[in-house]
Design a protein around this ligand. Structure first.
Ligand code: NAD
Ligand code: MG
Length: 369
């Protein structure tokens, strides 16, 4: 990955050989044709967006993409995780076919991770694959879902059960879109930002401790720096392990505990990032029990998560057995051994499948509710 700073915006590249692509980050990029037009495959452009995001940003993006005789259309889908279905993707395909769009069309995702995942999957399949550009508008999608090429939809029997790896041609992150994002969604995105520091970059942890208030106040420079650093860490991990054979699993810090919370509480009641926030603290506390972290380091993790506006306790209605029964179903487990992402020290994660069961039981029982 490479970063440059002598520009009015910041840029880095995800290094995937022939599919190498840039991530541009800065305020106001949504209006800048130079950020977008070079990445279009041809004259046909379909913007995929949602009912919440369209009134806020669609016209501006359309304006930036129009010109030179381009045929720019849009499809506006309803919002919410429950709409992340094959039926919604079929609506995208229907719109593409109705417009007569060919293999040189480009899909542009304008919205959060739900829109990005669906538009990417639609692009991966339409006529066996067409160009795709991401314009993510939530912090979570800017630092996580728009980078790495995982696309897909949910099945009634499981989340993200249908999908494909399909890399975008570019990711264009306009940090000003975060001004309209609800504060709770911003905090949820900060959970993933903190995750990158915890798994890979102890200096970034210290930076976040100093800049958390600025981030929550939407300070433009702080946001650009945090997003860029997060994308750089994810890009590096993805470039080394595109299809998750090994290292990419470290991105799941806090997610095994977090998924248990989300699934027990009913998806949507705890935002994903909120569950990951509490889950990362549980992983840190277990790492302390294993002798890998000092108590004051766990307190640092707790303070940072709390400062981001995220929960640092588990749901009162959830017992240790509730956690265990859900965690045993996790995809990362091999041969019935529970595999957890833990912290070997601050700024370094590992996959561990030998936590003594009485130690895990005690953690799950003792963790504050
Ligand atoms: P989301 O897409 O549902 O967006 C959250 C809410 O914010 C929505 O109601 C949306 O309309 C609204 N919104 C979006 N941008 C806004 C803005 N600028 N101003 C005001 N409101 C705005 O949720 P999300 O957190 O962005 O993404 C979650 C999804 O991402 C999940 O489906 C998850 O599975 C997926 N995901 C994918 C990957 C990946 O690698 N592909 C990684 C992480 C998460
Ligand atoms: Mg996540």
């Amino acid at each position: 990955m490479t970063a440059s700073s002598a520009l009015p915006y910041q840029r880095l590249h995800v290094e995937l050989d022939a599919r190498r692509y840039p991530i541009h980050v800065g305020p106001g990029l949504l209006d800048d044709p130079d950020m977008l037009v070079p990445y279009l495959a041809g004259q046909q452009v379909m913007i995929v967006t949602s009912e919440t995001v369209a009134p806020l940003y669609l016209e501006r993006l359309k304006h930036a993409l129009s010109g030179d005789g381009r045929d720019v259309r849009e499809i506006v889908l309803p919002d919410g995780e429950h709409t992340k279905t094959l039926a919604s993707v079929e609506r995208i395909w229907d719109a593409l076919l109705a417009a007569g769009f060919n293999r040189r069309c480009t899909l542009v995702a304008l919205g959060g991770g739900v829109i990005g995942d669906m538009a990417g999957f639609a692009a991966a399949c339409y006529q066996r694959g067409v160009a795709f550009v991401q314009v993510p508008t939530t912090l979570l999608s800017q630092v996580d879902s728009s980078v790495g090429g995982k696309t897909g939809v949910n099945h009634p029997r499981g989340k993200n059960m249908l999908g494909a790896f399909w890399q975008p041609r570019a990711v264009v992150i306009d940090t000003r879109t975060l001004t309209t994002l609800p504060a709770r969604e911003l905090s949820a995105g900060l959970a993933e930002v903190i995750k990158y520091g915890l798994i890979q970059d102890v200096d970034f942890i210290a930076w976040l401790e100093a800049r958390m208030s600025a981030l929550r106040a939407l300070d433009a420079d702080a946001l650009t720096d945090a997003i860029l650093r997060s994308c750089a860490i994810k890009a590096e991990i993805v470039a080394a392990d595109e299809t998750e054979q090994g290292q990419r699993a470290l991105l799941n810090l806090g997610h095994t505990f977090g998924h248990a919370i989300e699934s027990h509480q009913g998806y949507g009641n705890w935002l994903h990032g909120e569950a990951v926030g509490a889950g990362m603290l549980m992983a840190a506390a277990l790492s302390q029990r294993l002798g890998w972290l000092e108590p004051d380091e766990v307190l640092r993790v707790e303070a940072l998560i709390a400062h981001a506006g995220l929960p640092v306790t588990a749901p009162a209605s959830m017992s240790g057995d509730d956690f265990l029964s859900i965690m045993r179903l996790d995809k990362k487990n091999i041969d019935a051994r529970l595999r957890l992402v833990l912290l070997s020290r601050l700024g370094d994660a590992c996959i561990h499948d030998a936590t003594p069961s009485d130690m895990l039981d005690a953690l799950l029982t003792d963790f504050p509710r």
